[in-house]
Design a binder for this molecule. Sequence first.
Ligand code: DAK
Length: 260
Amino acid sequence: MELKNVLLEKEGNLAIVTINRPKALNALNSETLADLDIVITDLENDNDIYCVILTGSGEKAFVAGADIAEMKDLNEKQGKEFGILGNKVFRRLENLGKPVIAAISGFALGGGCELAMSCDIRIASERARFGQPEAGLGITPGFGGTQRLPRIVGIGKAKELIYTGAIIKADEALRIGLVNKVVTLESLMEEAKAMANMIIANAPIAVKLCKDAINRGMQVGIDSAIVIEAEDFGKCFATEDQVEGMGAFIERRTKNFQNK
Ligand code: DAK
């Protein structure tokens, strides 16, 4: 697996993925998107990984957006291809069968904010900044921003942020529900790991099915959504970890999940 702009580290059941182009504030060019695609495949196939932290290298930026230098000369066809690649990668991340926590140190702008929104949970440092400045560049958000932002913060706030291109601080992002938690820059990774470890302590298949039920259920009406929930709930009873989790409770002993 040869990666140019993304680092992949594994610590027990946790994977840490770092976008590593600090000179360009980790801006997403097609090379970086291709790396992310490879990493997602690796994580998908690694049964020992139960949770992922996605972060950006350096303190200044999570990801400062799609790479403007690469995008500026694209024609209509190339623009579409770039958009398709990014959307494919972001959707794969969103649907990855394990939770992804975005640990956001600094700028999460444009494609960077969209990348963070493709993750399940967002933890921001006090210095983080969020925004969708695309309209100021003559484009629309192209990696799901017009779709995921209103789903997360509501339609009115999403329209305000996208039409104005305003950059908001971490405390405002917390207030509108764009991030789950704001912590000091120094404790960012520690806090992300602490949350990841709480997730890792639970039954991985159950967590995966929770993600599936939430993600799929949120796209359909409530009547269809509770059918999805019932299906996923039923699947848990075909797992050894359900037997283990309930057995450990009844027998008052420590549980030992096997991801089976
Ligand atoms: N792309 C490329 N390079 C970038 C970059 C970006 N998005 N952001 C920063 N850089 C580079 C700068 O050019 C600079 O490079 P050098 O000049 O040193 O070589 C280096 O990173 C450091 O940046 P600054 O010197 O500008 O640092 P400052 O502290 O002064 O400013 C900043 C930090 C984050 C406020 C500023 O860099 C900035 O405004 N950056 C651009 C932020 C932005 O507008 N982001 C949104 C990009 S648009 C689509 C799919 C997706 C998208 C579009 C279409 N399709 C469907 C086709 C998504 C679009 C976007 O994300």
